[in-house]
Design a protein around this ligand. Structure first.
Ligand SMILES: *Cc1c(COP(=O)(O)O)cnc(C)c1O
Length: 479
């Protein structure tokens, strides 16, 4: 492909992208293809001769697009969003054009310095103390792993990095029963062992109980274990509950335990002054992560990881083999030592584009508007005789279930709601997900897609009602 052909093809694809967004509501939100449908359409052997871009592009449209679930569809209400925005897409285009590998300052001065600058912006926007420094990781899972490894190294004074773990006492990590699975993954990878991840009980709103946390820690100390790290969640994945940070921070401070805050999804709301209550106690927090790629209109992947003490982080990861030695000036960061990967994408650019293009006010307005609609949905659920609200609505996520007033058997209710989820999602007009809360099958509708409007949620609620009464009571026998 030469320059001219690239120009032509690129124009065509930009037009396709613009059309895609303009007509996105004509696509089924959830891919309607059967497993194996895409695979069976890909030739078993790669082409020997070059193919025309036109052919490749038309296969993209005919094979790939029908095999995609459309995360940017405004009726994507499942999981948490991975929302993006036009400024972010533009920046991603430029990032791929530059094609830089941003491991060190010398290999990418602008990427390094922009990352430092936008992470300062984000720190200020979210009200984190001046002492905190930020680095962009690929995901919250990676950020949490960095936190647990840093906690381990601080405790062993970098001895486990040098000698392995054989001489280290059994370390314990604590989180609530609603905490994200990435914590268990991190504990496994860090050599702590998942049996040493202690799940702390919660109150009726799914918040970690700090008294139970302290009991568990005190009990572990008596048994000769070392309490290493507590992971507090601001916005759990199931019901977006918020653990009480001030009380948890006090416990961590008392026992000198690393406190990591997982705010992967809900951390975006820290740009709103009315949500800053969540980080009361932040002075005792060692690290915090939230994902602009979830709910700050920035393309996946972009995870903002903040640490109080960057030296511990750097000492945990720093390696400088001869071939990577550069004349790095003292006053610039070397982000390849701030995490696991050596090679790094230029992720700061899209964040810069997004923050400048929306402005803080624009971002704030969008979050507030989405949360206001979620409150409306909450009212529709609570006021409906045959629906039940399953958790408080703090942000933009509503957890609920279909609960016909004449049906009280939990097993049937679980099956009924599972059936409802299948029916609603099978239509292609919207996509929601589920969890279990207090072991009850619960439907989750998050209202955080970039282009979602009130009308989409109104339509979703109508659809849920319609499908609910289409399966109940007529399909009761199937339950
Ligand atoms: C989504 C989520 C994660 C994992 O995020 P990734 O960036 O996909 O690794 C972790 N914790 C919470 C609370 C989440 O909601």
């Amino acid at each position: 492909m030469d320059h001219e052909l690239f120009r032509q093809e690129a124009h065509k694809m930009v037009d396709w992208i613009a059309d895609y967004y303009q007509n996105i509501e004509q696509y089924p939100v959830k891919a309607q293809c059967k497993p194996g449908w895409v695979y069976s359409r890909i030739p078993a052997d790669p082409p020997l001769e070059p193919e025309e871009m036109d052919t490749v592009f038309s296969d993209f449209k005919d094979i790939i697009v029908p095999g995609m679930t459309h995360w940017q569809h405004p009726s994507f209400f499942a999981y948490f969003p991975a929302n993006n925005s036009f400024p972010s897409i533009l920046a991603e285009m430029l990032t791929s054009a530059l094609g830089a590998q941003c491991m060190k300052w010398e290999t990418s001065p602008a990427a390094t310095e922009l990352e430092e600058a936008v992470m300062q912006w984000l720190r200020k926007m979210t009200g984190l103390p001046e002492r905190f420094e930020g680095v962009i990781q690929d995901s919250a899972s990676t950020s949490t792993l960095c936190a647990i490894l840093s906690a381990r190294e601080r405790f062993t004074q970098f001895g486990s990095n040098s000698n392995g773990l054989h001489a280290t006492p059994v370390m314990r990590v604590y989180c609530s029963g609603e905490a994200h699975s990435s914590i268990e993954k991190a504990v496994k990878i860090a050599g702590i062992g998942k049996d040493n991840l202690v799940k702390i009980g919660m109150d009726e709103a799914f918040r970690m109980d700090p008294a139970l946390l302290e009991q568990a820690i005190a009990g572990d100390i008596k048994l000769g274990y070392h309490p290493l790290c507590v992971v507090a969640a601001l916005g759990t994945t199931g019901p977006t509950s918020v653990d009480p940070l001030p009380e948890i921070a006090a416990v961590c401070n008392k026992y000198n335990i690393w406190l990591h805050v997982d705010a992967a999804f809900s951390g975006s709301t820290l740009i709103l002054p009315e949500f800053r209550w969540m980080i009361e106690g932040i002075e005792h927090v060692d690290s915090l992560v939230f994902n602009p790629h979830k709910w700050l209109f920035t393309n996946f992947d972009c995870s903002a990881y903040f640490v109080k003490d960057s030296e511990t982080l750097i000492n945990t990861f720093k390696l400088v083999p001869e071939y990577l030695k550069t004349q790095i000036p003292e006053h610039v960061n070397d982000y390849s030592n701030w995490g696991i990967q050596l090679g790094r994408r230029f992720r700061a650019l899209k964040l810069w584009f997004v923050i400048r293009s929306f402005g803080i006010k624009g971002l704030q307005e969008k979050l507030r508007a989405q949360m206001a609609v979620a409150q409306e949905l909450k009212t529709w659920v609570t006021e409906h005789p045959d629906f039940e609200l399953m958790a408080p609505v703090l942000f933009n996520l509503v957890c609920f279930r279909f609960h016909p007033s004449d049906l009280n058997d939990e097993v049937s209710l679980d099956k009924l709601n599972e059936l409802l989820l299948l029916k609603v999602n099978g239509s292609g007009s919207m996509y929601i997900s589920h969890t279990r809360l207090n072991s009850k099958y619960t439907l989750r509708l998050q209202n955080g897609q970039t282009h979602v409007e009130r009308q989409h949620v109104v339509k979703a609620w109508d659809k849920i009602l319609e499908d609910a009464y289409a399966i109940y009571p007529s399909e009761l026998s199937k339950l």
